[in-house]
Design a protein around this ligand. Structure first.
Ligand code: ATP
Ligand code: MG
Length: 683
């Protein structure tokens, strides 16, 4: 299987791992639940053994008891069955039995009636019976005395069997109960182990997310990450389940085969004849099936991505009246996938279970033929019970094979899913993480020769800035000039490529990322809110009383909007704060910062036009928040930074001008142009 997997692996562009590596890693996880898995396997072996023992009971019941009267009986002096005044008991006659001094009768079932014949006639067949003369003609051209048994007489012959039959039935029933019990525990242990596996994988994956650099989240769509952690972790479980069920199938296959071998070695070797057919079938089936399965899987991810995009862009879709077009597009994807699924289904029904059934039945026919031949050779006549045993065992051999085949498709998917999650777990982690002690920064910031590019295109070129403690700094520039990037670097969301950033004259690389961030307050263009209350969004894990939170809100002048809600700061926020305006979200970010009291503040102003009232609100909040902090304001509305101590003008990643508003205005350069453009617009 592993070899087979490696081959399909190369056809699949998602998988960066060999099947062996994936298996080993899944096993490592699985091994954590070794106790449960071993228990599960022990239960499996136990019930498989019992299930193999059960047909033997039936075999015994059939041969010795139910059909057991149809055999040879010898006349004895006392006890046994009384028939016509004589006592009889069963006797097994083979080649070595000397019956010359014994009086033997045989009971035979002929044309739906039971007859007693004189002598041993169980291995010869009857040609005819004459009920008037009580003479039976046999195939070896002899005749013998016969008499039809009355039902009373027949019952007498059956009588000794009743007790053992009841006993066998009770054993059979109890075994069934024990088997149910074992199966239950086998399943429970197995499921426990698999749930633990999903839990472990999800935990590790989520843990990993916290340690990944910002770059990962920019390049990987959020929907994909969510899929990885939710459904791909299920895929790992799927792999474990498939592996486990293949293993259980293999174990029961071996056990059944041993049982069959013990019953009849020749027959079990005969069963091996089916192996090449099964292997051939397996290859053809997989080849045909794989093709469509790959397509289906790829289509699935396309469909999911399309769905995520529609949901994210619903506002735009509706605004542009694109609903119908989008629906058609989506429908087409679904229909294509439906077609692929239909084709896969056809292959499944053609090569799937039916073909295996054919092989299985061919084998059974062969078995019957084999026994038929033996019967004619008079070598060893087969009893009904033995035939039952063989047929049951041969069918049992095929059950696990069928299971393995049913699992093959799931195996494929599980490998892909597992390799995806391992890919996540193997992503390079962010460096310089950790938190030892919160350093207290004064707030003096120096950028020295900072050059940076996200990819090939340089975004910042040789930036040099010195911002003194407590200064209010404005950053302006056309869109895409690198303002946000500069602030992102200060917070160490990306690692510097060239140059240094010093805080209080110490290279900030001397601190961990968390230590640096703990001293920086950041108000984003579109602040992120979390599900919870207004209060929990402001405290974000910091201990604070309601009064403290309300005080902060009042300070920045946000108490009005909060108090408009009947529940005040305990108002539940919608998903991502969807029920708040951008301005209100920013006010909440300001409150967050005041509560934390960092020495550096960054405000990345919203590009969206906000109404004058909100603007005044934010201006006021800003005024309160900046006190005593080094503040960077990325400004689109130049009025925001009119009073800045220093304004830096960025153009294509370079600082082209710097100075106060007055200085820059008088300089008559880029800043002046921008200012006048806005001024005229607002006139
Ligand atoms: P705006 O005024 O529109 O907010 P900005 O000055 O803040 O613009 P930045 O966000 O710093 O501009 O972007 C600077 C350049 O870097 C842009 O050309 C942008 O395309 C690119 N860029 C920004 N973020 C990334 C990223 N995560 N990966 C690759 N390139 C990026
Ligand atoms: Mg920006």
């Amino acid at each position: 299987l592993v070899k087979m997997k490696s081959k399909t692996r190369t056809q699949n562009k998602y998988v960066n791992y060999t099947a062996e590596v994936v298996l080993k890693r899944v096993l490592k996880y699985v091994w954590k639940s070794k106790f449960m898995i071993i228990c599960s396997l022990l239960f499996l072996i136990a019930y498989t053994f019992l299930e193999l023992y059960q047909p033997k009971l039936i075999n015994k019941m059939l041969d010795d008891h139910l059909l057991g009267v149809q055999t040879t009986w010898e006349k004895i002096d006392t006890a046994g069955v009384i028939y016509q005044g004589n006592n009889y008991q069963k006797i097994v006659i083979d080649k070595n039995t000397d019956i010359s001094d014994k009086e033997i009768i045989s009971i035979v079932y002929y044309e739906k009636k039971y007859y007693v014949l004189d002598g041993n006639v169980t291995t010869t067949a009857i040609i005819s019976i004459d009920n008037d003369s009580n003479i039976a003609t046999l195939t070896n051209n002899t005749t013998t005395f016969t008499k039809q048994l009355t039902s009373e007489e027949l019952k007498a012959f059956y009588n000794p069997s009743i007790k053992p039959i009841v006993k066998l039935l009770i054993i059979y029933g109890s075994l069934t109960l024990v088997i149910i019990f074992f199966r239950f525990f086998q399943h429970v242990f197995f499921l426990f182990a698999s749930m633990r596996l999903t839990l472990d994988i999800r935990k590790d994956a989520f843990d990993k997310l916290n340690r990944l650099p910002m770059k990962y989240f920019v390049n990987e769509p959020s929907g994909k990450i969510v899929t990885k952690i939710t459904s791909d972790s299920e895929g790992v479980r799927g792999l474990y389940q498939v592996m486990f069920s293949i293993m259980t199938a293999a174990i029961s296959l071996i056990m059944v085969y041993i049982a069959l071998f013990k019953v009849n070695a020749k027959l079990s070797l005969l069963t091996l004849l089916a192996t090449p057919f099964i292997l051939l079938w397996m290859t053809v089936y997989r080849k045909a099936n794989n093709k469509y399965h790959h397509r289906i899987r790829e289509m699935n991810s396309v469909i999911n991505a399309a769905m995520a995009q529609y949901v994210d862009g619903m506002e735009i879709i509706q605004q542009f009246n694109k609903e119908d077009a989008m629906t058609t597009e989506y429908d087409n994807l679904l229909i294509t996938n439906y077609g692929n699924k239909m084709k896969a289904l056809k292959i499944n029904s053609l090569f799937g279970g039916e073909l295996l059934l054919l092989i299985q039945n061919a084998l059974l026919a062969l078995v019957v033929y084999y026994f038929g031949l033996n019967f004619l050779n008079e070598e060893s006549a087969i009893t009904a019970g033995a035939l039952y045993l063989y047929v049951t065992y041969i069918n049992k051999v095929f059950d696990p094979i069928r299971e393995i085949f049913a699992d093959l498709n799931a195996l494929e998917d599980a490998f892909v899913a597992s390799s995806r999650i391992f890919d996540l777990l193997d992503q390079e982690e962010d460096k310089y993480l950790g938190f030892n002690e919160r350093p207290v920064f004064e707030g003096d910031v120096k950028f020295e020769h900072v050059t940076f590019a996200y990819d090939e295109k340089p975004v910042l070129k040789d930036i040099n800035m010195h911002v003194k403690k407590g200064q209010f700094i404005g950053l302006v520039g056309h869109t895409g000039s690198g303002k946000s990037t500069l602030m992102i670097l200060l917070q160490r969301f990306y690692d510097l490529q060239e140059g240094v950033i010093k805080i209080d004259d110490i290279d900030f690389m001397n601190y961990t990322k968390q230590e640096v961030r703990s001293n920086i307050g950041y108000v984003l263009q579109e602040p992120a809110l979390f599900s919870g209350t207004i209060k929990s969004n402001i405290t974000l894990g910091i201990e604070a009383t309601d009064e403290e939170v309300e005080k902060v809100l009042k300070l920045i002048g946000a108490e009005k909007f909060v108090n408009d809600y009947p529940k005040g700061i305990n108002t539940e926020l919608a998903y991502l704060g969807g029920n708040l305006s951008t301005g209100e979200k920013q006010l909440i970010s300001f409150a967050r910062i005041l509560l934390r009291n960092p020495s550096i503040l960054i405000l990345d102003e919203a590009t969206a036009n906000i109404d004058t009232e909100t603007e005044i609100m934010i201006q006021n909040a800003l005024k309160v928040t900046v006190v005593g902090r080094t503040t960077f304001v990325v400004a689109h509305r130049l009025s925001t930074i009119r009073n800045a101590d220093n304004i830096f003008v960025l153009d294509d990643g370079e600082i082209v001008e710097q100075g106060t508003h007055e200085e820059l205005y008088n300089k008559n350069g880029k800043y002046r142009k921008m200012y006048e453009a806005q001024y005229n617009q607002n006139k």
